[in-house]
Design a protein around this ligand. Structure first.
Ligand SMILES: [Zn+2]
Length: 357
């Protein structure tokens, strides 16, 4: 079996032409370790979005109860003060352009929720969208020492798929997240041509157009993105990248250059990753509280993202205690996503104790 290093939230160090530039990444891809098994590759096609227009009457029935979390059934569910059925329905988040705008909006909310000191360090950092299908988001510095944040098309596709399936499962008691993971992740770890996008047929056709499903999917999408970029922002203001100093910001690197910026020798700083997990989770919780009466972000987003990464690791043969024995260095060297989930949950529990209500 071929092995591809598809990695969660790991750290990469970039040194270009003698000028130190650092990229600290949430990365699922390591091209140096990627091998292709063409025979087993089945490109996934994104599921067509429903044609039914949004705007149906507000539903009277409550959302279904969240599915128990498979890996951590003993963990308490995050609290949402307002029942889902009482929140206003959100318009569907359809298409890459809308998703990118959503990410920009979330990033702005995250920055607004930071301390004045940290805001001064990261305000105006450009967000670049990389059109590659690798599932990846990262904080880094370009050759001029200017900080940036980046997200790939792949991570937007992955978060969209997580959101749509989880929303469907919550509402209808289906197992579409499992079905999606089973269908897509084995391909994702075998081929760099496989996409994380939700394949057609995973969401039952009769549930697809339901506006409650689209609304809940948008909430989940924002929750996962809030943790993702809360984590990446933290790499900047915690000084891990070393280039976010509140200087004047540019427009960010050309997406075409990002691949070169990431052709790097990775370093692994698990303490930094844990610090960014913690700070990013708190940032998402602070920003989420400010969103009320809209859906308030919680640790749900971080837990969902890390579960997804853990499943990718397992699909690649790693994960669990055996990660320590994994022949792929990256999988040995990076924090195990499953080990990070309770950290995020503990941070959230402590935050809720400090911020009751
Ligand atoms: Zn990181």
């Amino acid at each position: 079996m071929t092995f591809v290093a598809r990695l969660p939230l790991f750290t990469r160090l970039l040194r270009t032409c003698g000028a130190a530039s650092i990229v600290l990444g949430l990365s699922l891809g390591a091209s140096a370790c990627r091998t292709s098994t063409q025979a087993s590759t089945t490109p996934q096609q994104p599921q067509p979005y429903p044609q039914q227009p949004y705007g149906q009457p507000y539903p009277q029935q409550p959302y279904g109860q969240p599915q128990p979390y498979p890996q951590q059934p003993q963990q308490p569910q995050p609290q949402q003060p307002q029942p889902a059925a009482q929140r206003p329905l959100l318009p569907p988040l359809i298409g890459v352009a809308a998703q990118q705008q959503e990410v920009r909006s979330i990033l702005a909310e995250l920055i607004n929720a930071l301390s004045q000191q940290n805001q001064a360090l990261v305000r105006g950092i450009p967000l670049t969208f990389d059109p590659t299908i690798e599932v990846n988001a990262f904080a880094g510095c370009d050759e001029q020492g200017t900080p940036f944040l980046a997200a790939t098309t792949g991570i937007l596709e992955a978060v969209d798929a997580i959101s749509q399936t989880k929303a469907t499962d919550e509402l209808f008691g289906t197992q579409t997240y499992e079905a999606y993971c089973n269908a897509v992740l084995p391909q994702l770890v075998k081929s760099d041509k496989a996409r994380a996008a939700l394949p057609a047929g995973i969401i039952p056709a009769n549930f697809g157009p339901d506006p409650r499903r689209w609304s809940r999917a948008r909430e989940i999408f924002s929750d996962v993105i809030a943790f993702t970029f809360g984590h990446e922002l933290a790499h900047h203001y915690l000084g891990h990248t070393g280039c976010a100093k509140g200087q004047a910001m540019g427009s960010g690197p050309d997406p075409a250059r990002l691949g070169r910026l990431l052709s790097v020798v990775p370093i692994f700083n698990q303490a930094g990753e844990a610090a960014s997990d913690s700070a990013g989770c708190i940032n998402a919780l602070d920003a989420g509280r400010a969103r009320r009466p809209q859906y308030a972000w919680s640790d749900t987003g971080g837990v969902l993202l890390l579960d997804y990464f853990a499943r990718i690791e397992r699909a690649g043969g790693g994960g669990g205690p055996l990660s320590l024995l994994n022949p792929v260095q990256f999988l040995r060297s990076h924090p195990n996503p499953l080990a990070r989930i309770p950290i995020v949950q503990t941070v959230a529990q402590n935050w809720r104790a400090r911020n009751p209500g």
